[in-house]
Design a protein around this ligand. Structure first.
Ligand code: ADP
Length: 259
């Protein structure tokens, strides 16, 4: 038997896409998708060409958060046409499967779907493609980082210990995969009571900043627990479309990704 060198399938770029930004978290429910959609909108408002790929197979929430629906068209049976909202080009695993059905896929099917969303979607020319990852450290993260040229990952966490514990694992995974980690984002960091004006640290205070310092990573931004954020997300019109305090916080966060 001859010795054939097996070509190593190294990380490949996505055609037309300048930078790929992966948004991850250790735990679910910390606001990873909320941050991903608002960051996408905030970057688009700054004139960047932005794509948003929702790869959260366990709970694809971008169709709802960005206010898009309907199965994406495929005129030639190959190319998949993305959807558009708020200046962002969007594709979600949730648009490819029945909304009410659980995704129970084996690894290879999952990988196929991920590759399709990366390479068969007509993303066009993008300055940045934001990928909303599933929480944790599973197959999707692994395949994405091994096969695709991810420019960097950001980790969203609340200041709570249990969230930080899992965030640490996600960071460790990206480090093992040699994906650059751009920094941490603290979500639900404080609650400003609209009635009495008092600040309450519902999930604690300073946890993400301390963790970022410990890991020698930048804290890229801190977003409060905020009723408008939740309402806007549910309505499909992300709060980053507004110029209120949280909208401005997202504008500042977006600026961190612009050189
Ligand atoms: P994940 O993607 O981490 O699972 P989501 O972005 O889906 O988390 O957020 C979980 C829930 O919390 C959603 O209902 C969302 O609207 C809400 N949420 C997220 N961030 C905030 C925030 N800063 N203030 C208020 N509600 C938030």
């Amino acid at each position: 038997v001859g010795r054939h060198p097996t070509p190593q399938a190294g990380p490949a770029p996505v055609a037309g896409v300048d930078r790929i930004l992966a948004v991850g978290s250790g735990k679910g429910g910390v606001g990873k998708s909320t941050v991903a959609s608002n960051l996408a909108v905030a970057l688009a408002r700054k004139g960047r060409r932005v794509g948003l790929l929702d790869a959260d197979i366990y709970g694809p929430s971008q169709p709802r958060m960005m206010g898009v629906s309907g199965r994406p068209a495929s005129p030639d049976g190959q190319t998949i046409m993305p959807l558009h909202a708020h200046g962002v080009t969007i594709m979600s695993i949730g648009l490819m499967v029945d909304a009410d059905k659980a995704v129970v896929w084996r690894g290879p099917m999952l990988m196929g779907a991920l590759q399709q969303m990366l390479n068969q979607v007509a993303w066009g020319q993008l300055d940045v493609l934001i990928i909303d990852l599933p929480p944790g450290t599973g197959d999707v993260q692994l395949t994405l980082c091994q096969r695709t040229n991810v420019t960097g990952a950001v980790i969203v966490s609340t200041p709570q210990d249990v969230a930080l514990l899992d965030a640490r694992k996600a960071i460790d995974m990206f480090r093992t995969l040699k994906t650059p980690i751009l920094g941490l984002i603290e979500n639900m960091s404080t609650f400003h009571c609209p009635h009495c004006g008092e600040e309450t640290q519902i999930f604690g205070h300073g946890g993400v900043a301390a963790e970022a310092a410990r890991l020698e990573l930048p804290l890229l931004g801190a977003l409060p627990i905020d009723i408008d954020t939740r309402l806007a997300g549910d309505a499909g019109t992300p709060v980053a479309l507004t110029d209120g305090p949280v909208g401005l916080a997202y504008a500042a966060l977006a600026q961190r990704f612009i050189d």
